[in-house]
Design a protein around this ligand. Structure first.
Ligand code: LLP
Length: 403
């Protein structure tokens, strides 16, 4: 992934920075498009994973929609040139200003998480003289088999409408003058590495559809299964592009659709996760009592996932690509004054010295977007592979165009 020329460029660049492999992004997007088109599935990229202009521009070129969870995300999607009819908007706490704005923009669907919210949206529909398209985000009570903080489809989670309330919610919603019920929405969690939770979800959706039809005689046009497909953090090079085809094949096998129903997805991490690496410089190798600390110039302000979720990212010393044996053990930490400012403990690496560059891999999703300026640290810059030139101004990597 990091050849000599690229390394040379990195070593002359101020660290830390996010490096995005645009060739890999294009590969990921074209495989996603191909796999989704097989079943006419519609994909809305979850912009919360990474909202960089270059990344969004590229995603737009493939025709995907956008999944948003804030008014500013809706705004960003629209500014990027995504058509409002491809924008979905979820979130348990949409503010009045966000609702009013999204109604004005005529987005495709408000994915609603409570009856209380639907009532407020109806009031806004009345004020604006608009019939607002709504999908019900249901909480299907499914264990996504992932990190506690990344699971969203269990009764103890704040997300979605509990299935016990579904009947009442449909009944009440149908009585509202300015709401049009268009679909069902689910999102059971993130970094889901097994397909079994999705199989369970499909089966649940099938039975929910039966109940809705039996009780209310309705068939909703849109079924949105959300995102969550995980990536390989342990060994990114073994799986640079997720197996989208297997994911969609599985859904196709288990999900029973009614006539004319469309299936939507909201993938974020899977699309961009492997595309980014956080590149950082070693400031010090500090001797501890029983430890060796590798102190980087990147910290939790640049990448919060390890501190927040105990997430592990592969860490590579890219100054020593030839090194075969990883015989030095380091606690890799940042410079911020928090004990949780640590990337990983006991990482086996080749002997490393001050000034070496390390790559923290698989940081394209939920990396740069979660940057903070705690302790007034600078924000890391973004560098895109197809913008890198040598001293003669020649591009190191061919400019990528989408066919
Ligand atoms: N749809 C909804 C309604 C969501 O809330 C999310 C993510 C997605 C789709 C996209 O999920 P993905 O395909 O990326 O797994 N900051 C955490 C991840 C939080 C995900 C929040 N919602 C992390 O760094 O792991």
């Amino acid at each position: 992934m990091f050849n000599k020329q690229l390394y040379q460029f990195f070593s002359q660049t101020e660290t830390p920075f996010y490096y995005y492999d645009m060739g890999l992004l294009n590969e990921s997007l074209s495989k996603l498009k191909q796999a989704a088109e097989k079943y006419n599935y519609l994909v809305h990229y979850a912009i919360k994973a990474n909202a960089n202009d270059r990344i969004l521009e590229t995603i737009k070129q493939y025709g995907f929609g956008i999944d948003c969870v804030s008014g500013n995300e809706v705004k960003k999607a629209i500014e990027t040139g995504i058509k409002p009819e491809k924008i979905v908007f979820a979130g348990v706490g949409k503010s009045d200003a966000e609702i009013a704005y999204a109604i004005d923009k005529s987005i495709f669907s408000f994915n609603c998480e409570s009856m209380e919210e639907i009532e407020v949206i109806n009031e806004w529909g009345i004020k604006k003289g608009e019939i607002v398209p709504v999908s019900l985000r249901l909480n299907p009570d499914i264990d996504a088999i992932t990190h506690k903080y990344l699971t969203t489809g269990l009764p103890e989670n704040k997300f979605g409408i509990p299935l016990q309330f579904l009947d009442k919610v449909i009944h009440q919603t149908n009585n509202l003058s300015h709401i049009k019920l268009i679909g069902l929405h689910f999102h059971i969690g993130s970094q889901i590495r097994e397909l079994t939770p999705y199989i369970e979800l499909c089966k649940k959706v099938n039975s929910i559809q039966d109940v809705i039809f039996d009780k209310h005689g309705i068939e909703l046009e849109h079924i949105n299964l959300g995102g969550g497909l995980g990536i390989n953090y342990e060994n990114p090079d073994a799986e640079l592009v997720p197996d989208y085809a297997r994911f969609f094949d599985t859904v196709h096998e288990y999900l029973k659709l009614r006539k004319n129903q469309k299936v939507h997805f909201e993938l974020g991490r899977a699309v961009v996760g492997q595309v980014g690496s956080l590149i950082s410089k070693v400031l010090y190798i500090k001797k501890g009592v029983n430890k060796r600390f590798m102190i980087l110039d990147a910290g939790m302000t640049d990448l919060i996932r390890p501190a927040l979720y105990g997430a592990q990212h592969k860490i590579q010393n890219i100054s020593r690509p030839e090194a075969q044996i990883m015989n030095y053990k380091y606690d890799v930490v940042g410079p911020v004054c928090e004990s949780s400012d640590s990337f990983d403990d006991n990482v086996m690496l080749p002997m490393t010295i001050r000034g070496d560059l390390v790559a923290i891999r698989s940081t394209g999703a939920y990396g740069e977007i979660m940057v903070s300026q705690y302790t007034l640290r600078d924000k890391p810059k973004a560098i895109y592979s197809d913008e890198i030139t040598n001293e003669k101004g020649e591009h190191l990597f061919s400019k990528i165009t989408v066919s």
